[in-house]
Design a protein around this ligand. Structure first.
Ligand code: SDX
Length: 444
């Protein structure tokens, strides 16, 4: 087995470098070490293949930085999440989703005037092209709303041709604002279609979260007033899901965008990836798991299954690639959960009691302690959303609605990055070496 040795050097003041030595040939390559403003340094391996004809090997990209980004930073060891340098708990407590959208798109919190202009722009882009209404009628009523989201968002490029030229900065901003503005309408209409109720149009007098809840639960037959406790909780849930570094769906959006596909197609790709139960689909899976567990007395057997290597069962809502400490979003989500349930007068919500019992048992179990498995953002969100009246199938739709600003901000950063190029990973080939064609009659 060829051995290599990696020496990391950086005499005082000199730029740090990493040298890879192939012990079988004695050949070596020295690569620069780059330091960001926070977090781990990186070894710049861009010349590695050119000089060694070797690739790095990192399935799942557990040790790979795919890009430079200034939008979001996560410190998984201390459970910290920053957007533009502001911590998620401060933003959830003191800011609102429109401000967080502006922060992710422009890098700074808006002034009062900038915020008013941005909110106006989002408000006045919330309607859909009327022809899109008939797009919904092509789906079965029992279609999963995430399937509808992938279809309708991907189809936006067939309606908004004036914001698909990715080389045009103005069109990029128009597309970004259209996507943020229209996702609540698309999402609410997917729900209304599934229950056979008429679509409710956005109301320009309402705030973003209030408007979404109104489009979800109002009917043309009577006035529907959204309670401020619920619109505030919805706004917080949007903030908690806004962006999260280079997670699977964001990396999907970046990879799709690197081919210069239009922004609507890229976001549709992100929605498709988020749907997986290992990612954004976990919130729906958490509720299914809690309903399957049913009672605190059954928790031990499920924790046992989660620890069993031969059992594919995982404790949904637990664990994270980056957080090896509590997910700060889960902390805020749990507090919001209690606020919403108190407001709704749901004192002894059995699923919440079960979730808290499961959390306590899991966090005291040596397996979860050793593996550093904590509740993540998806663990409590389903309980709040269900209490607010959303069906389980809408949970990931809400995640996608909120994450759209993160996806589109990361997409915009990638398009505007002077060093960006089409994403094209290589592989370690383990298939058949070259061999000659065998005619059909000679194949036995
Ligand atoms: C999101 O990346 C992001 O930022 C995502 C996200 C975002 O905002 O975009 O934060 C949103 O996707 C949150 C995660 C939601 N998913 C779930 O809750 C599903 C359950 N969690 C697991 O599937 C898992 O924890 C992942 C997928 C979240 C993370 O997987 P990793 O980092 O690839 O870790 P792993 O699968 O390699 O697990 C490490 C060990 C393994 O044991 P060993 O092979 O080392 O013996 O921990 C075990 C796993 O078996 N493990 C679990 C577990 N999660 C990991 N065991 C039981 N139950 C679990 N939930």
């Amino acid at each position: 087995m060829a051995e290599t040795q990696l020496d990391v050097k950086g005499a005082q003041g000199a730029p740090a470098t990493a040298t890879l030595v192939d012990n079988t040939t004695g050949k070596s390559v020295t690569m620069p070490i780059i330091e960001g403003s926070e977090g781990p340094k990186v070894i710049d391996i861009r010349k590695l293949y050119g000089e060694t004809k070797m690739f790095t090997f990192d399935p799942g990209f557990t040790s790979t930085a795919s890009c430079e980004s200034g939008l979001t930073f996560i410190d998984g060891d201390v459970g910290m999440l920053l957007h533009g340098g502001y911590s998620i708990d401060e933003l959830a407590d003191k800011s609102d989703f429109m401000e967080v959208c502006y922060l992710l798109l422009y890098g700074e919190l808006p002034t009062r005037t900038q915020k008013a202009d941005f909110v106006h722009a989002i408000t006045y882009h919330s309607m859909l092209q009327e022809q899109l209404r008939s797009f919904y009628s092509g789906f079965r009523r029992d279609a999963h709303p995430m399937a509808i989201m992938v279809g309708v968002v991907g189809a936006l490029s067939a309606f908004y041709h004036d914001s698909t030229d990715i080389r045009d900065e103005h069109q990029r901003m128009v597309a970004s604002r259209r996507l943020i503005a229209k996702m609540p309408t698309i999402a609410a209409w997917a729900y209304k279609y599934s229950i056979g109720q008429p679509f409710i149009y956005p109301n320009n007098k309402m705030g973003y979260a209030e408007n979404f809840l109104h489009m979800m639960f109002a009917t043309p037959c009577e006035d529907y007033v959204v309670h401020p406790v619920l619109s505030r909780a919805m706004d917080k849930i949007f903030i908690l899901h806004a962006d999260h570094e280079q997670n699977a769906s964001t990396s999907t959006v970046r990879l799709a965008g690197s081919s210069h596909a239009n922004p609507f197609a890229c976001i549709a790709a992100g929605i498709a990836c988020l749907w997986g139960p290992a990612h954004g689909g976990a919130n729906e899976a958490v509720l299914k798991m809690l309903e399957e567990i049913g009672d605190v007395s059954h928790v031990d057997q499920y924790v046992k299954r989660a620890k069993d290597k031969d059992d594919p069962f995982r404790l949904m809502g637990f664990g994270h690639r980056v957080y090896k400490n509590y997910d700060p979003r889960a902390t805020v989500m749990r507090q919001t959960c209690h606020e919403v349930l108190d407001h709704l007068g749901i004192k002894d919500e059995p699923l919440l009691k079960l979730a808290m019992a499961l959390e306590k048992i899991a966090l005291e179990d040596e397996y979860f302690i050793e593996k550093k498995l904590y509740p993540n953002v998806d663990f409590y969100s389903g309980i709040i959303l269900r209490a607010m009246g959303f069906p389980n199938t809408m949970f990931t739709v809400i995640f996608a609605l909120a994450r759209t600003v993160g996806w589109i901000s990361q997409w915009k950063e990638m398009i505007e990055d002077p060093i960006q190029k089409i994403g094209r990973p290589r592989q370690l080939y383990v298939g058949e070496p070259r061999r000659g064609y065998v005619p059909l009659d000679d194949r036995g």
